[in-house]
Design a protein around this ligand. Structure first.
Ligand code: BGC
Ligand code: ZN
Length: 355
């Protein structure tokens, strides 16, 4: 079968034939693969922790939607079911043993298409059923967003833990008086905005440049504000929507500093971008972290429950509003330029294996 293959430690990606024999597993035909920053970092040799499953090569791809073609006896799934596979597989620690490999403590976990396990950018893949999530067929290609959305569901779980540090909710018990600022306008940024809006926050999405029209439209349609951080009008922005929660989907030191500067007392900062850039060279930010009683949390990956919540959110939201405009490009597997050139209007580009 054809697969998109990288050689960790090197730049580049290639569509080539791979030979795989697997028995007694569910066979899934790939419909779509989402492309994200992690994939681009791997292809450009910028993600320090990427590594092959065996040998020198790794099949790329951790975001997938597929349809079941063959099931072993006694499976709870049936041929024709649409599913999304989980990225991270357990190591040996206690948390891995209870399905919380997203909090693995011994580093022995593997991640499909990222580190130590072949990924899903191929015509077929084979899985055990415990790592598959059922996805509503009706939402079509939006189902390809289950994997990135599960990260947002984990952020919600983390936020709910952290807010318990003090009295955080509004006087009427909602979050309607609270502002969330999301840094980054890729799929993770847009999906976080939608999810945190849906739990009650007033949401502002931040970018260093004006946004392309299509992204602006989605934001407006969903009642999300936009702030252009190149204008330096932070005071006005913050007056319009106070920052109580900051979500960094960009991984930049500048963003981190901007969040610390502008966030309210008792604020919560969720850091999500893995390939950090920039540097922090001024100690005054430490004073602010302490003086404002800030809580800063790194958040990576998610549990099976987060995938299930993601599939449910996308199904309910996707049936109510059209979400098709979140998929901004559908490309053929051989169009590997997509890993080097991010389209300007990109929210989510997907590989469509039927093209
Ligand atoms: C994936 C996570 C993964 C992380 C780091 C993200 O793109 O969505 O599941 O843990 O990359 O490898
Ligand atoms: Zn991803």
């Amino acid at each position: 079968m054809k697969a998109l293959v990288v050689k960790p430690g090197n730049v580049g990606v290639q569509l080539k034939n791979v030979d795989l024999k697997v028995e007694n597993k569910i066979k899934i035909k790939t419909l779509y693969n989402g492309i994200c920053g992690t994939d681009r970092e791997i292809v450009n040799n910028k993600l320090p922790f990427t590594r092959p499953e065996k040998g020198e090569e790794l099949i790329l791809g951790h975001e997938a939607l597929g349809v079941i073609e063959e099931v072993p006896e006694n499976s709870n799934f049936k041929v024709g079911d649409v599913v999304a596979p989980m990225v991270r597989r357990p190591g040996n620690c206690l948390l891995c043993k209870i399905g919380r490999q997203d909090y693995c403590t011994d580093g022995n976990f593997v991640e499909a298409g990222i580190r130590g396990r072949d990924g899903f950018m191929r015509e077929y893949f084979y899985e055990d059923e415990e790592f598959l999530i059922s996805v509503d067929k009706e939402i079509g290609e939006i189902g390809a967003l289950v994997e990135p959305t599960k990260n947002v569901m984990k952020m919600v779980e983390v936020f709910n833990h952290l807010k318990g540090r003090t009295l955080w909710d509004c006087a009427d018990s909602t979050l309607n008086c609270k502002g969330a600022w999301v840094f980054g306008t890729g799929s993770e940024g847009v999906l976080s905005s939608l999810v945190f809006k849906s739990i009650g926050f007033e949401v502002t999405i931040v970018n260093r440049h004006p946004l392309p029209e299509n992204i602006m439209e989605i934001i407006k349609k969903n009642g999300i504000k936009f702030f252009d951080s190149s204008t330096n009008m932070w005071n006005e922005g913050i007056r319009e929507n106070p920052m109580d929660l900051a979500i960094d989907a960009a991984g930049s030191a500048d963003v981190f500093i901007q969040a610390i500067e502008n966030i309210n007392y008792n604020g919560i900062i969720i850091m999500f971008g893995t390939a950090g850039t920039g540097k922090i060279d001024n100690g005054t930010f430490i004073t602010k972290i302490v003086d404002k009683n800030l809580t800063i949390a790194g958040v990576e990956d998610g549990s099976k429950n987060h995938y299930i919540q993601a599939a449910k959110f996308l199904s309910e939201y996707g049936r109510k509003y059209s979400m098709d405009d979140l998929i901004t490009a559908k490309i053929k597997p051989e169009e590997t330029w997509i890993f080097n050139e991010k389209p300007k209007d990109e929210i989510k580009s997907i590989i469509d294996w039927s093209l």
